[in-house]
Design a protein around this ligand. Structure first.
Ligand code: SAH
Length: 483
């Protein structure tokens, strides 16, 4: 063992320069440690302890005993890279995807699916207690087992493949290696639809035969940047979007004739993105063949989805999640409902048929255009939509005429709800608040606020929308406390 591979036992070490900064961890870069993984961070890094210090290690599972090399140390934690799994956790499985490790999209694919679900459930429980301040008795009473997927593969209805070149200059499609912009070749993500393989193979073959260059980020030259696909689960309609650094693609017609032969293909679109940016889609687009959108159903509501629209990526779990939101809302047909952070109005329209009226609020104007169009398409006349920040629109409407609500649904982004909004919601005093959350930590913080302002936690339902990733969605019912 070289001195770089020494094992460290104590915090005071000889042989360091007098001016070296004091390292409280007692660990140094390149130290090699052996320890057990006891927990997972919210980003999916395994956590072990070495002489009382937390050491974070990628690609490990709770229960693994690892030998790992320290890559960096901070005051009271360190990051290490696995050198060897000395003892495998009973929850460890062989990842199905050959590039699961470098890709970074699936942080916990090497964990058995049942163990993934247990981990997600535990994460929600733990933040409710740590951040929300709820006691174990309450959590035990309100908590429902996580809704897992029947089939945790091929569930994503949307994929975005960057196009580039390998070292030998061959044209490839794939995924960016975690936190980088180098492409790992992969024409078949196991979370995505099977048709991606054929779509990519046709496009890459076309580029090779027509000598079309992929886009090169470092120079801003070349033509094809990304291939974006989306499939509507209920109707089977597929959209293919070629994102190009220009206005045209050589041989558009020939390419379309091959792509349109794929069963389900109804939309082939050329998207123009000439900006030097990481944003995938440009503003301008041209339909090469078919429609500018695909149509999908959630329940019996039909949604028109363009390339730019936000739409949940896991249709089967979305049905379960929205079903729970509807159940928690306990609508009888007369209620005044607000759906805050409504996107293209998916939840609003899903609830509208069971409510008196629904008002949706969303910050992105184009999403509200889609929401209004989707209401019209479905003959829904009791839904109204507002563009703006929920924390501005709701206080304004409430201040105007004491706008009332019987049920408020919120589905904020990861940062959760603004406190001004929570305050206004508490003042509006709806009987029920249904909180759909994609981040348990901010959810727990907001629930704590609502519980201190007249509400009681009634039901907590985690739902797995993103199998093999660390993300967890939760839907919660809060009820107003009556004196
Ligand atoms: N409920 C929708 C979308 C949820 S995603 C669905 O299930 O499909 C969260 C949405 O909140 C996004 O559409 C985002 O644009 C919007 N958003 C983000 N900040 C907002 C704010 N301050 N006020 C209103 N909407 C906001």
């Amino acid at each position: 063992m070289t001195d770089k591979r020494r094992k460290v036992r104590c915090s005071a070490r000889a042989g360091r320069g007098a001016d070296a900064p004091e390292q409280k961890t007692g660990l140094q870069k390149n130290d090699v440690l052996e320890f057990k993984i006891e927990d997972l961070s919210s980003e999916g890094l395994g956590i072990g302890h070495y002489e009382g210090l937390a050491v974070f290690v990628k690609d490990t599972v709770i229960g693994d005993v690892v030998r790992a090399k320290v890559m960096s140390c901070k005051k009271n934690l360190a990051f290490a890279r696995v050198e060897e799994i000395l003892e495998s956790s009973p929850d460890r499985v062989e990842p199905r995807c050959p590039i699961a490790r470098p890709c970074g999209g699936c942080q916990i694919q090497m964990m058995d699916y049942a163990a993934q679900l247990a981990f997600k459930e535990e994460r929600v429980r733990s933040v409710l207690s740590r951040i929300g301040g709820f006691d174990q008795e309450t959590i035990g009473r309100v908590f429902e087992p996580v809704l897992g997927m029947e089939e945790p593969w091929r569930y994503r209805n949307k994929a975005q493949f960057p196009i580039g070149k390998d070292r030998e200059g061959g044209i490839i499609a794939g995924f960016y290696a975690g936190r980088t912009h180098s492409i790992i070749p992969c024409e078949d993500c196991l979370l995505g639809i099977e048709e991606n393989r054929e779509i990519l193979s046709i496009i890459l073959e076309h580029m090779r035969s027509m000598q079309i260059e992929p886009y090169d980020e470092s120079t801003g030259t070349g033509l094809v940047r990304h291939v974006f696909t989306r499939k509507a689960d209920a109707t089977g309609q597929i959209m293919t979007v070629l994102v190009v650094n220009g206005k045209k693609l050589p041989g558009e017609r020939e390419l379309c004739s091959k792509l349109q032969a794929i069963p389900g293909m109804t939309a082939i679109i050329l998207n123009e993105n000439t900006q030097r940016t990481n944003v995938i889609l440009g503003k301008e687009e041209r339909v090469l063949w078919g429609q500018p959108y695909i149509e999908d159903l959630i329940g019996d509501i039909r949604f028109r989805i363009s390339a730019h629209s936000f739409f949940q990526v896991n249709p089967a779990q979305t049905r379960k999640l929205y079903g729970k939101a509807l159940e928690f809302a306990s609508l009888t047909g007369t209620e005044r409902v607000w759906d805050l952070y409504c996107g293209i109005g998916t939840i609003s329209l899903f609830l509208a048929r069971s409510a008196g009226r629904v008002r949706g609020v969303e910050i992105v104007p184009e999403a509200i255009d889609d929401a209004r169009e989707n209401a019209r398409l479905n003959g829904i006349t009791n839904a109204e939509f507002f563009v703006g920040k929920a924390e501005e629109v709701v206080p304004r409407e409430y201040g105007r005429d004491g706008e009332k609500a019987d049920v408020i649904v919120v589905d904020p982004p990861r940062k959760g709800c603004d406190e001004t909004l929570l305050q206004t919601m508490a003042s509006m005093a709806p009987e029920r608040i249904v909180y759909v959350s994609c981040d348990p930590a901010t959810l727990a913080r907001d629930l704590k606020f609502l519980c201190a302002n007249g509400y009681e936690l009634k039901r907590v339902q985690p739902c797995d929308m993103f199998g093999h990733s660390v993300h967890v969605e939760t839907v919660v019912l809060m009820e107003r406390v009556h004196d």
